[in-house]
Write a protein that binds this ligand. Structure first.
Ligand SMILES: O=C[C@H](O)[C@H](O)[C@H](O)COP(=O)(O)O
Length: 221
């Protein structure tokens, strides 16, 4: 199977995983990216088995609405029963790097609210040590140079993602040359830099379940 087929396989597996947990008043958290897009398309097949969704990006909200799936403001819901999203990297502890599509902050918010976080990823995302994928950091625009200098002090090489503005009106620095041996510590250190909104490490709040697409099928980690 190619990478696209693996993404479809894990998206379908996520539907099978969440379906028994859904009730007529359930709210499903929906992530962002190409794998999440497959999940959205499969979710359309079971609409009516849950109330609606909250989305981690404007793009996902639009895709959900195009399928006739209700999308709620997160402030208007009491509970998100499950959050399903892709990742750019995952380690064996289900700690993740996310934000390749610049949606990391809203993704982290929905993940924080959700009772359960199900990550769906093709096998190319599996690593022993996080950091080969440049770590996205969302930054308030006026703090960009300050944050970049502070990241250099932490041993990273920040690169401004030209032309990208997040759904929150901010910019992204992608941090290269990392080998993140203590993800919770590094996530916290980055978040303490003034001007950082958040970073793409999902370590303090890792995924509860990982559905990993491999040549041998979808493995549950
Ligand atoms: O900001 C984007 C998200 O974190 C995505 O979940 C991540 O980049 C993975 O995207 P894809 O499923 O397209 O590989």
């Amino acid at each position: 199977m190619n990478q696209d087929q693996l993404k479809q396989a894990v998206a379908k597996a996520a539907i099978d995983y969440i379906q028994p947990k859904l009730e007529s008043d359930s709210i499903v958290g929906v992530g962002t990216g190409s794998t999440a897009n497959y999940f959205i398309d499969y979710l359309a097949d079971i609409k009516g088995q849950f109330d609606g969704t909250v989305a981690s990006s404007e793009a996902s909200a639009e895709r959900l609405k195009s399928h006739g799936i209700p999308v709620y403001d997160l402030n208007a819901v009491d509970q998100v029963v499950v959050y399903v999203d892709g990742a750019d990297e995952t380690n064996p502890q289900r700690m993740l790097i996310k934000g390749g599509g610049a949606a990391l902050t809203r993704e982290k918010i929905v993940a924080a609210v959700a009772d359960e976080f199900v990550c769906i990823a093709d096998g190319s995302k599996w690593v022993d040590v996080l950091g080969a994928f440049p770590l996205p950091v969302e930054v308030i625009p006026m703090a960009r140079s300050h944050v970049a200098r502070e990241i250099v002090k932490l041993g990273g090489s920040p690169v401004y993602r030209e032309g990208v503005v997040t759904d929150n009106g901010n910019v992204i620095l992608d941090v290269h040359d990392l080998q993140i041996t203590d993800p919770v510590d590094f996530e916290n250190k980055l978040n303490q830099i003034v001007g950082v909104v958040t970073n793409g490490l999902f370590a303090a709040r890792n995924a509860d379940v990982l559905l990993l697409g491999t040549e041998n099928g979808v493995e549950t980690k």
